[in-house]
Design a protein around this ligand. Structure first.
Ligand SMILES: [Ca+2]
Length: 453
């Protein structure tokens, strides 16, 4: 009888597990998002100048997405979209600044972290938060994170040798950096805390959001770092060499995360995603082709600002060496995590890419929508092979066919009026007015928006 009962229980668990994805296993999720690296910086996306063997290895062992998009084209709006699972026309942060200054996440805004915490996950974030400074409604520990270590304020995050970092809204003094000393390079500390969190939570499900700050400026890296030494003989100025060293440093750090998972024996039950928060900055587009030949870079809603490197590794679940052309974005993390656990995502703009990870057919997004008020207002829409772009709500949209013109060199709106009409309707519909930003009807009437890194 006892055996019968146990068989019944096993069957029940198996059946329940099959019906609900991975609800029984509760796989760990590690989302590593580096800051300002362009898609052209990475070897597996055709990068020729920088050493990024870990992303390449992850792609060989997992899946590389070739139509992936960042949440937006600058730091805070990307983070807002990623965390809330809502597209850029529905979130509070549509620029780093606003008409009302820094906007924290409102109290009780559901996030990926709060969703996973409710599902029994330990939740930790490491690096740059950017969605609310200490004392505001936006702090990460009020949005599902058990632990946040690093920077809350974006400006603070420009400094790699600050006198302090922040842990759950408390100052953590860095005595090695007092009075202008440069004794404690923060990325080393942030990477170490990331690894510690993984180790501390190896026996329970966890969500680790590594919002690492390299290679965002300031462009500094310790002179004795072996990743900088890789580029010592290159004919580049010191800023470019430092940038290159920072990209390689964080790539090696991802390797240390993967090694840690193997060492702890939790490699097979952990989905790791490695991506960047927005496109590359101008000097590196020029020196290193960091935007991979796409149009524009950081702050632009042309492809160079939002097309993201995006690889996923999950041994035993993702078939090694797979390439996917599915349209995906950072906003999909919430829907995908919810799908894994058979729970309901609190936001509806994202779409789960779990079927694709598991080798199943899926149709995915009909379109991805973006808007941004950084310097100037921009809207864009990716729909199938088409890309529409405009700078005023009532301006005619430019149209590009990315299948033949990935660098958006030829505006072919006049040849496809019906496509343009349909895409303009979606651009108008997906934009929701916000009192925090000034939206121009026409690019020429657009008031200059406040710009800040
Ligand atoms: Ca960024």
């Amino acid at each position: 009888m006892k055996k019968l009962f146990s068989t019944f229980v096993s069957c029940f668990i198996l059946c329940a597990s099959a019906a609900s994805g991975f609800a029984a296993e509760k796989p760990n999720i590690i989302f590593i998002m580096v800051d300002d690296a362009g898609i052209g910086d990475f070897e597996n996306y055709g990068g020729k100048h920088l050493s990024t063997p870990i992303m390449k290895k992850m792609a060989a062992e997992g899946m590389q997405f070739n139509n992936a998009y960042s949440g937006n084209a600058v730091c805070a709006p990307t983070r807002c979209t990623l965390m809330t699972g809502k597209h850029p026309g529905h979130v509070i942060r549509r620029a780093n600044q606003s008409n009302k200054g820094l906007l924290p996440l409102a109290a009780r805004t559901p996030t990926v972290a709060s969703m996973l915490k409710k599902a029994g996950y330990a939740t930790g974030g490491f690096g740059k938060w950017g969605l609310g400074n200490p004392g505001t409604t936006g702090v990460p520990e009020k949005h599902g994170f058990d632990l946040w270590y690093g920077y809350y304020d974006q400006k603070h995050a420009h400094d790699y040798y600050p006198e302090y970092l922040v842990k759950n809204s408390e100052r953590i003094e860095l005595p090695g950096n007092k009075k202008g000393a440069k004794g404690q390079y923060t990325h080393y500390l942030i990477e170490a805390e990331t690894l510690k969190f993984i180790e501390d939570n190896k026996d329970r499900p966890f969500f680790c959001y590594a919002a690492w700050t390299p290679p965002h400026g300031q462009y500094v890296i310790p002179q004795d770092d072996p990743n900088l030494q890789l580029y010592k003989d290159k004919p580049w100025n010191q800023t470019v060499k430092n940038y290159a060293g920072m990209v390689s440093l964080l790539d090696q750090g991802v390797g240390r995360v993967l090694d840690k998972l193997k060492e702890l024996g939790i490699d097979d039950n952990t989905l790791v995603i490695y991506t960047s928060d927005n496109g590359a900055n101008g000097p590196f587009i020029k020196a290193l082709n960091s935007n991979g030949g796409l149009k524009g870079g950081k702050r632009s809603l042309y492809e160079g600002g939002i097309r993201a490197p995006f690889v996923a590794r999950w041994p035993g679940k993702i078939k090694p060496g797979t390439q996917s052309d599915l349209l995906v974005g950072h906003l999909d993390l919430m829907a995908t995590a919810a799908d894994m656990l058979d729970i309901k995502a609190p936001a509806k703009d994202g779409a789960s890419f779990l079927p694709t990870l598991l080798g199943k057919e899926q149709s995915g997004h009909e379109f991805l929508y973006f808007e941004l008020y950084e310097g100037k207002f921009q809207q864009c829409l990716r729909m199938g092979k088409w890309k529409a772009y405009r700078r005023g709500l009532k301006d005619p949209a430019e149209l590009y066919d990315l299948s033949t013109d990935p660098a958006e060199t030829k505006n072919i709106a006049e040849q496809h009026p019906e496509v343009v009409k349909q895409m303009e309707q979606i651009l108008t519909r997906e934009h929701t007015p916000s009192p925090n930003y000034t939206t121009p009807d026409h690019a020429s009437s657009g008031k200059k928006q406040k710009r800040k890194k």
